[in-house]
Design a protein around this ligand. Structure first.
Ligand code: UGA
Length: 436
């Protein structure tokens, strides 16, 4: 099929490359010339495992092109809108200006029978509004939420765990959209991927409900960590024990510095704002608590470090290991790790931070921070070490070798990801979150 993908960020770049890899002819369009130049040369502007290989193969095959000109979308039968919906400045609501601009700019290039597919995460009601804009062109609008995780984006796009089609209300339009979806996702459907075909509102809500549930699960276990901290209970053992109940499940029950990134935090806030607009604020009022618990964990890690340093971080050398919001990503949007580094720096600590991939992005946002070129350099002469992103390389650090480099022998494990016995065995004071 001929496809266009509008917006080539985390979502769009991966979608474009993945669709080309399964045989579709794709043009990716973005307003950022630097991004398009990199992508057109087969270079990934983001760190995402597997994406560079896919981009290069797609560009070399001729099936994947990139452009800054919306006119290049003409001729495609499906147009995926994958632009960002960040948090609005000064409000909890989603900023829809990029979605609106993308759809409006696409209108002159649509033909009757085309399908415009929204993939961006939007407040419920957006699709119905956009459908009215699209209708005069003879194209139809459908919604198709995306559940990819950064770090696993390629695999999640090619082999998703479910597909959701948000179809238009008119049966003839729904049939056009459904046929296009079935064709574009034929490969995933042939392997038995579960499919939910529904209307616009459900499709929009599925996405925010999924992220709200995941955020709630993480904040639930972090609330248990807060209770464990005033007893001698261990939240990681508690998570293992409740996680064996298949109704609960162990995934997304890792207590620590909490969730961040470009999705979970802003999505729960936008959901709350939209529910309030709909007069149902009380239905999701608990998400404010989820947000509050989550933000408290960042402060908790900072407080623990200060406490371990004897009450003041001033002029103490602190090695911060991790800046990305999670491992296998260079994304520092709303990153708990970066917040901890900035917070400690603000307290007058001599912070030296390292992350295998996220240093350039962190430096752009916070040029006042000092960054190391390696974990070894970061920990050298440190009074205390803090791990805030659970990169494999940090989990694999040899406690004895690290001890040779540092001044102090205290490690704060903000992700509960280290081997406690190994660190304590090597003479370290190990401090986890919600564990004795
Ligand atoms: C999230 C969802 O998991 C995806 O399904 C969704 O498609 C995506 O948002 C989106 O809306 O686009 P992502 O932001 O890539 O994906 O990251 P997650 O893997 O969900 O992790 C989010 C945060 O939660 C990270 O900071 C992670 O460290 C933290 N986390 C995760 C925990 O603190 N504990 C856990 O047990 C799991």
């Amino acid at each position: 099929m001929k496809l266009s993908v509008i917006g080539c960020g985390y979502l769009g770049a991966v979608h474009a490359a993945a669709m080309a890899s399964i045989g579709h002819e794709v043009v990716g369009i973005d307003v950022d010339p630097a991004k398009i130049e990199a992508l057109a040369a087969g270079r990934s502007p983001i760190f995402e495992p597997g994406l560079p290989e896919l981009l290069l193969a797609g560009v070399e095959s001729g099936r994947l092109r990139f452009s800054t000109d919306m006119a290049d979308a003409a001729g495609a039968t499906m147009h995926f809108v994958a632009v960002g919906t960040p948090q609005k400045a000064g409000s909890n609501a989603a900023d829809l200006r990029y979605v609106d601009a993308a759809v409006t700019a696409l209108l002159p290039h649509l033909s009757a029978g085309d399908v415009v597919v929204g993939k961006s995460t939007v407040p419920v009601g957006t699709a119905a509004r956009l459908a009215e804009l699209v209708a005069p062109t003879g194209a139809v609008l459908a919604w198709n939420p995306e559940f990819l995780r950064e770090g696993f984006a390629v695999q999640d796009t090619i082999a998703p765990d479910r597909l959701v089609y948000g179809l238009p209300p008119a049966p003839e339009d729904a049939a056009v959209a459904r046929a296009a979806f079935d064709e574009v996702y034929a490969q995933a459907l042939s392997t038995g991927t579960p499919l939910v075909a529904t209307g616009y509102s459900t499709a929009e809500l599925v996405k925010v409900a999924a992220n709200a549930f995941l955020a709630t699960k993480i904040s639930f276990i972090n609330a248990m960590a807060e209770i464990a901290e005033v007893t001698d209970a261990d939240v990681t053992e508690l998570a293992d024990a409740i996680g064996y109940d298949a109704r609960i499940g162990r995934r997304f029950l890792n207590a620590g510095v909490g969730f961040g990134g470009g999705c979970l935090p802003k999505d729960i806030r936008a959901f709350t704002a939209r529910a309030e607009e709909l007069g149902r604020g009380e239905s999701v009022a608990f998400l404010k608590e989820v947000d509050a618990i989550n933000l408290r964990r960042r402060q908790r890690v900072i407080d623990l470090v200060v406490e371990e340093l004897g009450g003041s971080a001033y002029q103490k050398r602190v090695a911060v290991l991790g800046l990305a919001f999670k491992p296998d990503s260079d994304d520092v949007r709303d990153s708990p790790a970066l917040d901890v580094a900035v917070g400690l720096n603000g307290l007058g600590a001599e912070v030296l931070a390292f992350d295998p991939e996220a240093v350039p992005n962190a430096r752009r946002l916070h040029p006042q921070l000092k960054f190391a070129d390696s974990a070894e350099q970061a920990v050298t002469d440190a009074d205390i070490v803090v791990v805030v992103t659970e990169w494999k390389a940090f989990r694999a650090l040899d406690p004895s070798a690290v001890a040779e480099l540092t001044a102090g022998k205290t490690i704060v494990d903000g992700r509960n990801c280290l081997d406690v016995d190994a660190w304590r065995g090597a003479g370290w004071r190990y401090v986890g979150l919600g564990r004795p």
